[in-house]
Design a protein around this ligand. Structure first.
Ligand SMILES: [Zn+2]
Length: 318
């Protein structure tokens, strides 16, 4: 089984975190070189320094780092490959409900031991795959879908905007069962949204709650219009926009002269206002204080596809 570009990229990002001289250009060069070689788990373990040099890894420090990192990761990757192989064999030969049940409880256990920091890192990696055009688009096979019937075990709850250009699972390159997503215009918390977040935290035991605003948000732009104009809208829309407006610091926004910067600032102000509403939920605040849940905001840039994680709430702020 050859590694996909996405898998190689993800592994490189993981292995090279914080290594001097490793940047976007080397990532792209190494990933291309590995995929062009058709390198898989077996042949990569046979590659020595010279082989890596031939594969385009021209930095000697990076070559030795790659060999060391590969040794560390081999057992993990072998284990994952065995699981994937087993899942494929099972789906090919048919599977029993008992086997689906076992798979589900194994996945649920592994979700439970994931740390909030690990969940945040995997979101960052998924988004990098997306904006670099290396998305893996994980799709569960029949066996995995059947296993998911028993229970879901998403690691993150996202409050995102309904905007058609911000499909959350695609932006983070995640698949079925991975995220508990609530989408509403302007990613506004309140009513059923608040109840859904409480459900995700208290019953699904998610490790992270993310409020994600985005560039060019129509709901936020409309909320910045003069009140008289907002009052001309239908009752529901008017009340909704006035609610969003109430959470904004109009005076501060008026001082930002660049329209693009003002747009971003308004969206982030709205995200902060929604984070404040989430901090007011006692069960959420308790888990943020104990470090069991990361509560953070994010800004999705439509043009680049990059998600910036902003305004992470510190445990002592709850
Ligand atoms: Zn929006």
């Amino acid at each position: 089984m050859c590694l996909s570009v996405g898998a190689v990229t993800s592994w490189l990002l993981d292995s090279f975190e914080g290594v001097a001289g490793f940047d976007g250009a080397s990532l792209s060069r190494y990933a291309d070189a590995f995929v062009a070689l058709g390198v898989d788990g077996a042949t990569l373990s046979e590659l020595d320094g010279n082989g890596l040099k031939d594969a385009g890894v021209d930095n000697a420090v990076h070559r030795s780092k790659l060999l060391r990192a590969w040794n560390q990761h081999t057992s993990d990757i072998e284990r994952t490959s065995t699981l994937v192989r087993n899942a494929r064999v099972v789906s090919w030969q048919g599977f029993s409900m008992e086997e689906a049940l076992q798979h589900n409880s194994m996945q649920a256990r592994s979700a439970l031991i994931r740390t909030p920091e690990h969940v945040l890192a995997s979101l960052q990696r998924g988004n990098t795959r997306f904006w670099m055009g290396m998305a893996q688009r994980p799709e569960a096979n029949a066996f995995q879908r059947r296993a998911l019937i028993m229970q879901q075990y998403p690691s993150v709850c996202v409050v995102g905007c309904s905007d058609s250009r911000v499909p959350v699972e695609i932006v983070f390159d995640l698949g079925l069962g991975d995220m508990f997503v609530i989408r509403v215009a302007g990613n506004v918390v309140g009513g059923p949204v608040t109840a859904s977040v409480e459900y995700a935290v208290n019953h699904l035991h998610v490790k992270m709650v993310l409020v994600m605003g985005h560039e060019g948000c129509g709901a936020v732009k409309a909320a910045m219009l003069p009140e008289a104009q907002i009052h001309a809208e239908s009752d529901n829309l008017r009340d909704f926009l006035l609610d969003v407006k109430a959470g904004m610091d109009q005076e501060r926004l008026a001082h930002v002269s660049d329209p693009r910067a003002r747009d971003r600032e308004a969206v982030i102000t709205n995200v902060v206002s929604q984070l404040r509403a989430l901090k007011a939920i006692s069960s959420v605040a308790e888990k943020v204080r104990s470090g069991d849940v990361i509560l953070s905001g994010a800004f999705y840039d439509l043009s680049s596809g990059i998600v910036d994680f902003v305004n992470q709430v510190k445990p002592d702020e709850c």
